[in-house]
Every structure is written in structure tokens, then in C-alpha cells.
Design a protein. Structure first.
Length: 395
């Protein structure tokens, strides 16, 4: 039976209302803070009454929260933003020795955090630990699991984009993307994604103001990984293995054995590689910072194997920026100077090296950012339903 003209008109009106609602939600995200109706009107090119009507409807659903006006002159307007107690996301960094979980609002602001040092391989026990940490954060905030609409878990290893298969070194344990997503989705109200930790670290560095759109993001700790960013997009390769430098084979300068790069250049091994085995990496870098020539030379020798592996990538892809994240990002100019010098010695000249401002939380910042993006996608999709889900109503 064909729809009547009245039904056609109603459907058209509904589609227009949905489109306008999504415009307003997009504008709220674009602003990145609670906004006045006049601001949203300017961003969406909708009429003020239309925006006001949409705001009232979203506030009625519990999606938006009113914020106090800013300024005292005249009659400052009320501002509106996504209610932080209604929608949340989580990001997790499942490192080989350190696990961190954060619950964040849709503006990316951290609401609760848990961190654990551990000695267990990736697998069922790690999934249990991450689930426990998520629930501890929710309990702290007084939120039900349904409030968390998306999550992203950072995993070491090669994460195959289509299948979700994760290739890990045997010492790290064994799991796959589907296993991680299924286990942790049971703790929240939405879907969970899994991505490579170095790629997520590179994603986080894309948000740093002075980092260009094309660069190599080096995640450097006890393991080595890299994210290759081309024109603002993380390049993953056909199987997700782009940037997996740790498996490169090279002679170990200390033993002469052929070993994987990840085994040769963990951050803690720099003094040994540099011929100064009696000091820690932190002490070696501090002495080089203080102007000790012997320490500076030892630091150059220590970073040389990694620079030799990175230089061909910089030359081949014409990359002129390398970012360094992980705990070693707490270092100062001495590490950067040594690394830049050794890159040049291997043919990669005029490379700008920068330390991550997020330090050892760079991977986590990428995971939270990815979850926030997914959360907004969910919100825009959910805005089209007649009875949208909320934190107090299972989806």
C-alpha cells in the first residue's frame, strides 16, 4: 500500500529533523566545549528557533547538560554540552608490564583512571584485570556499565585490520582482537575495538599542535614499535604490520649474535650498548645533559643501532620528523641530539626529533582518542532512533 501524502510529509519532516539534530551534535563536537545557542546557530547555519528546539529535545533526553554562563556583563547566555554523566568511553593500554584504563567523557576529559604493574602474559587473566579496572572506574564515578558506549584497547603485536588477528611474540602471551572485544564488551554498554599500541601512540601525536601531518612515531620502551603517519592518516600496510620494527634482524653490538631489534635496543640497554654498563639509562642521559663528553659519546653509541634501523625509513619515505614516546620521552635535549646525529650519520639528514608530551601515556591518549571518535559516531547514529539509549537505560 503506497504511503499517503501526509505520511510522506511526516517522513520528510522526520528526516529533516534528524539531519538538523546531527548538525547540532557535530557543532557541539567541533566547538569542543559547552556552547551557546548563538554559536551553534552560526556553525550549523540553522535558524535560532530550530537550534533551540533541538537543544531542548536533547536536554529532555538527558543527552545535554546546562552550564553556567561565562561573564557578568549584560545577560550572558546559558551554555550546553554533552552530559558527562550520560555518555562515557574507555581507553586501555595493555602493556607487557603495565596496564592502564581510563574512563573519559565524550570531550576526551579523563573522569577516572586505574593503573596496575603486572607480570602476567596477555590472555584471559589480563582481560579479567582490564575488566576489573573498568568496573573500579565506574564504581568511583557512580556510573552503570551502560554509560560506556565504546572502548578501545591498545595491544602490542601486529593487529590485522580485517580479521582482528593479533600476532604477538610468544613471551607476551596470546590473544586476538575478537577475544579482547568480546570479553570487554561484556563489561560496558557498547562495542570495543582493538588496535596496535604504536599506531595509537602515533594517533595521539597527531593531536600535538606543532607535529606535522607526515611523520614517524617511535614508541620506545622495553619494546620497539612505530606508527607511520602520512598526510594525517596512520598507514597500516596490507596486513597491519607497517611500523613493526622490532622484528628486524641485526648483529647485536655487544654479543655479535643476530637478534631482533627489539631485543637489542630496549631503553634499559642503552648504557650497555654505549659501553657504560655501570649506570642506568636515566643516569647516562642525565650525565650527557650535564655536559659530560664521555657520557654523551656513550649515548650516541647506545642509540646508534636504532638510528641505523630508522634512517632508511626516513630516507625512503622522505620523512623529516620523528616523535619519540614512552617513558624515555622524559629525557631531555641530550637524547634528541644524539639520535639526530646518528640518523644523519646513516643518511637521514635534517630530521626533526621530538619527545612526546604525553610520555608513557602516549599509547593511552591514542586509545582514549580513538574511543572518543567511536563514541561520537555512535551518538550520531543513535540520534536517529526514536528511543535513544542513555546511561540509565540499557541499550
Amino acid at each position: 500500500m503506497s504511503p499517503t501524502p501526509i505520511e510522506d510529509q511526516a517522513r520528510g519532516t522526520g528526516r529533516l529533523r534528524l539531519m538538523n539534530t546531527r548538525h547540532v551534535l557535530w557543532a557541539l563536537r567541533h566547538v569542543g566545549r559547552p556552547a551557546r545557542i548563538v554559536e551553534l546557530t552560526e556553525l550549523t547555519s540553522l535558524t535560532r528557533p530550530t537550534v533551540a528546539q533541538i537543544i531542548a529535545a536533547l536536554e529532555g533526553r538527558g543527552w545535554l547538560q546546562r552550564y553556567e554562563p561565562i561573564g557578568a556583563a549584560g545577560r550572558p547566555a546559558v551554555r550546553y554540552g554533552i552530559a558527562p554523566s550520560t555518555f562515557a568511553v574507555f581507553g586501555a593500554d595493555a602493556g607487557g608490564h603495565r596496564a592502564v584504563v581510563e574512563i573519559a567523557s565524550l570531550d576526551g576529559e579523563t573522569q577516572a583512571r586505574r593503573e596496575r604493574w603486572h607480570e602476567q602474559p596477555l590472555g584471559e587473566r589480563m582481560l579479567d584485570l582490564l575488566g576489573t579496572m573498568v568496573h573500579e572506574c565506574l564504581d568511583e564515578l557512580g556510573l552503570p556499565p551502560t554509560a560506556v558506549v565504546t572502548g578501545t584497547v591498545a595491544s602490542p603485536g601486529i593487529v590485522e585490520p580485517r580479521s582482528g588477528q593479533i600476532t604477538l611474540r610468544s613471551s607476551l602471551g596470546r590473544w586476538n582482537g575478537a577475544q579482547v572485544a568480546t570479553a570487554l564488551s561484556g563489561h560496558i554498554g557498547g562495542a570495543v575495538a582493538v588496535d596496535n599500541d604504536a599506531n595509537l601512540a602515533a594517533r595521539a601525536m597527531c593531536t600535538v599542535d606543532d607535529v606535522p601531518q607526515t611523520f614517524l612515531g617511535l614508541q620506545w620502551g622495553q619494546r620497539i614499535g612505530a606508527g607511520i603517519v602520512l598526510n594525517g592518516q596512520v598507514y597500516r600496510g596490507r596486513t597491519g604490520a607497517a611500523g613493526e620494527l622490532g622484528s628486524l634482524l641485526l648483529p647485536d653490538p655487544v654479543t655479535g649474535e643476530i637478534r631482533q631489534l627489539e631485543e637489542v635496543v630496549p631503553a634499559s640497554r642503552l648504557p650497555l650498548l654505549g659501553g657504560a654498563p655501570d649506570v642506568s639509562t636515566e643516569e647516562l642521559i642525565a650525565r650527557a645533559e650535564a655536559g659530560d663528553d664521555r657520557s654523551a659519546e656513550a649515548l650516541r653509541r647506545g642509540v646508534d643501532p636504532l638510528a641505523a634501523a630508522i634512517a632508511p625509513i626516513c630516507v625512503g619515505l622522505d620523512l623529516h620528523t620523528v616523535t619519540i614516546s614512552g617513558a624515555i620521552a622524559r629525557s631531555g635535549p641530550a637524547l634528541i641530539a644524539a639520535f639526530v646525529e646518528r640518523l644523519a650519520a646513516h643518511g637521514a639528514v635534517d630530521v626533526d626529533c621530538r619527545l612526546s608530551p604525553f610520555l608513557e601515556d602516549t599509547v593511552l591518549r591514542g586509545a582514549v582518542g580513538d574511543a572518543v571518535d567511536a563514541g561520537w559516531e555512535w551518538l550520531l547514529e543513535e540520534s536517529g532512533s526514536q528511543e535513544p539509549a542513555s546511561a540509565n537505560q540499557p541499550s
